[in-house]
Design a protein around this ligand. Structure first.
Ligand code: ZN
Length: 242
């Protein structure tokens, strides 16, 4: 069983297509939120993801913001600008699709959320301190999160509540050990100073996890962002991965 795990596509079609091509055949796809925001291709990315077989899709903070369901003043000025632009181009059909995304889902031994099991849409799990308090907020062996745009594993230690932060090696399959919180990184806006699109391959039966990176045409995405006048900072950061 091969599951493609992706997160934080952020309207970046070139990155999404590169990941789908690189991943090859898969049995299911689990998407951990933030299909839109920042990038120039919201409708194209939604259309591509929603058409994939056996998709489980989670709601991210940018998705919910585009739906007008929260106060966009919670976002910084540039992120807000991208959200307002996305709202102006989103088709009614794709808007309806975004409303169908879930806040939290359980698939076998895996809990899926965008941010954290405590605050599924908003909380950032950046360090062992925030991760440590997350373990009591879900029941399964593993929790899959996105939101920080950084591939990471928070491994619960035998001596609870100790938690170890691990930065997974690229293209190296590892055996999963209960309990752990895993982040595949971001497809469309990586922030670990590696500009390549990030994703993971999960085998839920053999309990293996492999973080992967794939290059894509960053300049093409930047040109489209400039054409629709999305914030300059969001454009330049794609080249450096921050
Ligand atoms: Zn995001």
């Amino acid at each position: 069983m091969k599951i493609l795990v992706i997160s934080d596509v952020h309207s970046n079609l070139n990155a999404l297509e590169a990941v789908l091509k690189d991943a090859g055949e898969f049995d299911a796809i689990w998407f951990l939120g933030d299909l839109v925001g920042y990038g120039p291709d919201p409708n194209e990315c939604i259309a591509r993801v929603r058409g994939l077989p056996n998709l489980v899709g989670m709601m991210g903070n940018h998705d919910i913001a585009v739906l007008n369901e929260i106060d966009v003043r919670d976002f910084n000025q540039e992120a807000r600008q991208a959200i307002i632009w996305t709202q102006s181009v989103l088709t009614p059909e794709n808007q309806v699709y975004l409303t169908s995304l879930s806040e939290m889902k359980v698939e076998g031994q895996f809990t899926l959320v965008h941010g954290s099991p405590r605050y599924p849409i908003w909380e950032y799990l950046m360090d062992v301190f925030s991760a440590r308090s997350s373990f009591e907020h879900y029941q399964t062996d593993f929790c899959l999160v996105g939101h920080t745009h950084i591939p990471v594993i928070f491994q619960q230690q035998v001596k609870f509540p100790n938690v170890r932060l691990e930065s997974p090696l690229i293209n190296q399959k590892i055996d999963l050990q209960a309990r752990a919180i895993l982040n595949p990184g971001s497809v469309g806006q990586p922030r670990d100073h590696n500009p390549m699109a990030a994703y993971a391959i999960l085998d839920p039966h053999n309990l293996t996890w492999e973080c992967r990176r794939v290059p894509y045409d960053i300049a093409a995405v930047q040109a489209r962002m400039q054409a629709v006048k999305l914030p300059e900072r969001h454009t330049t950061r794609l080249s450096a991965g921050w």
